[in-house]
Unconditional design. Structure first.
Length: 101
């Protein structure tokens, strides 16, 4: 597992991306690989405004698709020299469609 390698190779780590995690799997990562992994969203107060990176009620990902919310993407930090101060989204606004030739 990547988090095992990170834990062994570095004192301070940030691991983020699309984990494809379901709600039932929440919490498992924080205790994996020796523990000490901090979920950035939880650490900064669990703001419901930025809970769901996948939110098809707000963003249209595909025409005619069913609506749902998910917290697939995660950001974890671990290390004595790291602290999480802020959590939010970037790049969550639609990109203007341009005509292509």
């Amino acid at each position: 597992m990547l988090m095992d390698i990170l834990s062994q190779q570095a004192d301070n780590c940030i691991h983020l991306g699309d984990f494809n995690m379901r709600a039932a799997e929440d919490g498992g990562i924080e205790n994996s690989s020796g523990g000490g992994w901090i979920d950035a969203w939880k650490e900064t107060g669990s703001n419901s405004e930025v809970k769901f990176p996948w939110n098809s009620f707000v963003n249209t990902y595909h025409d005619g698709g069913f609506k749902f919310r998910a917290r697939f993407d995660r950001c974890y930090a671990r290390g004595t020299s790291l602290s999480v101060k802020q959590f939010g989204f970037m790049g969550n606004q639609p990109v203007e469609k341009k005509e292509t030739i």
